[in-house]
Structures are given as structure tokens and as C-alpha cells.
Design a protein around this ligand. Structure first.
Ligand code: NAP
Length: 246
């Protein structure tokens, strides 16, 4: 069990990649705080973990709100006494072309995908530093590297996540805290449900592996980054995209 004795926070654990990762972390022996804006989703994930004899706690929190994040971290510390892994996974899209994008769409995505990652890391990092180590995994996207039609807001956040990852790796490295980013390609979750079938076809044709990724295939990389197997890996950006030539 690669995560035995570790305590992990997974944000956005109610669906998709976050849910698959919460299950994978628990399978590897971690105690998992499944955090989601929607408590029912987090509870469903926790029910699956405990049904397999894993240990998990459902916590409702909105990652874009400082007070909510601070309460969430206090709740996890009261439950488990420490935090070894933070997976900043919660994310949203509100797509529109440059001139059609509203301020509301812009702000919503910036607040969850960028500010949320900063708020969660700001709340957790001091505890990891005091413990003498930890692993922070920031979820970016290939869109943060290459941009994407109709996603100014989302691309800005995912590029920003990489910049914050590099910054925090420098700031926290001396206290043993590692910070890495992952850029998934197109992964079969609800998030890509709004993408037209024609675009999905094109994506698959441009992917050397000729298919979409599965949430479990991204979770496997998060397990590596959460575990001591990656003890000399920090400030890295790992692409998990089937080789997509975007
Ligand atoms: P998803 O299926 O939509 O799941 C996202 C989860 O985050 C949901 O459970 C959602 O809750 C929760 N959430 C949303 N806003 C939140 C907030 N303010 N506070 C706490 N939780 C919140 O998405 P996914 O496809 O698994 O994506 C997970 C991450 O991977 C995201 O950061 C996404 O940008 C990134 N990513 C995904 C892909 C892909 O192809 N799927 C590719 C690259 C990167 P509710 O749904 O209940 O509101």
C-alpha cells in the first residue's frame, strides 16, 4: 500500500477524476477527506470507500471561499491530526468566445480554478511545513499549455496553476513539501459532456492512443505524486493525455 499512514485531501471528490482519485488513494491505504461543494456527492464517494473497508470523511466546502476552506482544513485536522497530500482538483468550465464571454463567466472560473487552488494551498501548506513534508498536486490541463477555442477563462486558470506550482515548489521545498502539476488531456467525465461529438472525434484522431482517457488513468499518476515513490519530484508538469498533438 503506497499511501499507508498518509492523510489526503481531494477537492471536487464527488464526481469524475476527483472521485476516482479518492477511491485510488483509499485503496493505497490513505485516509481520505473527500471535499466537494455538493455534500451528497462527497458522501457517495465516502460510502464507496468505507464499503471497501477504507477510511474517509465527507466534507462540504466551496474552494473559492476563504472561510469555507479554512473550516474544511480545521475539520480534516480534527479528524486525522495531519495532512500529507492535497489534490487541488475541483474545477469548472463556463465556455464562451472572447467577445461573448460575460464577466460572470470569467469570474466564476477564475474563482474556483485559480483562487480556489491558492486558498486551499495557503490553508494546508503551513501544516505540511510544520510536519516536515507533504505533497501538493495541482490539476492543470493541456488547455493551460496550448489554449483552446472558447476557453479564455479556463485556459488562464490552468496556465496560472502551472505558474503557481513552480512558485510554491520554490517557496516550500526547503521544508520538504513537494508541489507538482498535472495536465490531463481529454478524460471521459461529465466535464467534457458539452463538447460536440465531432470535436471528440477529432481529438481522438489526434491522440496517438486513439481514445479518451479514463479518470482512473489520471488517478494513477496522482497516486505516484502523492506517494514517496516521487520523493525527488517537485516543480514538474506531467502530461497525462495519451500523447495528444494539440
Ligand atoms: P467534474 O466531473 O465536473 O468534477 C468536478 C467536481 O468539482 C464536481 O464534483 C464538482 O461538484 C466539484 N466542484 C465544482 N466547484 C467546486 C467548488 N467551488 N468547491 C468544491 N468543489 C467544487 O470534473 P472532472 O472532469 O473530473 O475534472 C476534474 C479536474 O480535472 C478539474 O480541475 C478539470 O479542470 C481538470 N481536467 C479535466 C479534464 C477532462 O477532460 N475531464 C481535462 C483536463 C483537466 P458538483 O459537480 O457537484 O458541482
Amino acid at each position: 500500500m503506497r499511501l499507508k499512514d498518509k492523510v489526503a485531501i481531494v477537492t471536487g471528490a464527488g464526481h469524475g477524476i476527483g472521485k476516482a482519485t479518492a477511491l485510488a488513494f483509499a485503496r493505497e491505504g490513505a485516509r481520505v477527506a473527500a471535499v466537494d461543494i455538493n455534500l451528497a456527492g462527497a458522501e457517495a464517494t465516502v460510502a464507496e470507500i468505507t464499503a471497501r473497508d477504507g477510511m474517509a470523511l465527507a466534507v462540504q466546502a466551496d474552494v473559492s471561499q476563504a472561510a469555507s476552506v479554512e473550516t474544511m482544513v480545521e475539520t480534516v485536522l480534527a479528524w486525522a491530526g495531519r495532512i500529507d497530500v492535497l489534490l487541488n482538483n475541483a474545477g469548472i468550465t463556463r465556455d464562451a468566445r472572447l467577445v461573448k464571454m460575460t464577466e460572470q463567466q470569467w469570474d466564476a472560473v477564475i474563482n474556483v480554478n485559480l483562487k480556489g487552488v491558492w486558498l486551499c494551498t495557503r490553508a494546508v501548506a503551513p501544516h505540511m511545513s510544520a510536519q516536515g513534508g507533504g505533497s501538493i498536486i495541482n490539476v492543470s490541463s493541456i488547455v493551460g499549455l496550448y489554449g483552446n477555442f472558447g476557453q479564455s477563462n479556463y485556459a488562464a486558470t490552468k496556465g496560472g496553476v502551472i505558474a503557481m506550482t513552480k512558485t510554491w515548489a520554490r517557496e516550500l521545498g526547503a521544508s520538504g513539501v513537494r508541489v507538482n502539476a498535472v495536465t490531463p488531456g481529454f478524460i471521459a467525465t461529465e466535464m467534457i459532456g458539452t463538447i460536440p461529438e465531432k470535436v471528440i472525434q477529432t481529438v481522438q484522431e489526434r491522440t496517438p492512443l486513439r481514445r479518451l482517457g479514463k479518470p482512473e488513468e489520471v488517478a494513477a499518476v496522482y497516486v505516484f505524486l502523492a506517494s514517496d515513490d516521487s520523493s525527488f519530484v517537485t516543480a514538474s508538469v506531467i502530461q497525462v493525455d495519451g500523447g495528444l498533438l494539440w
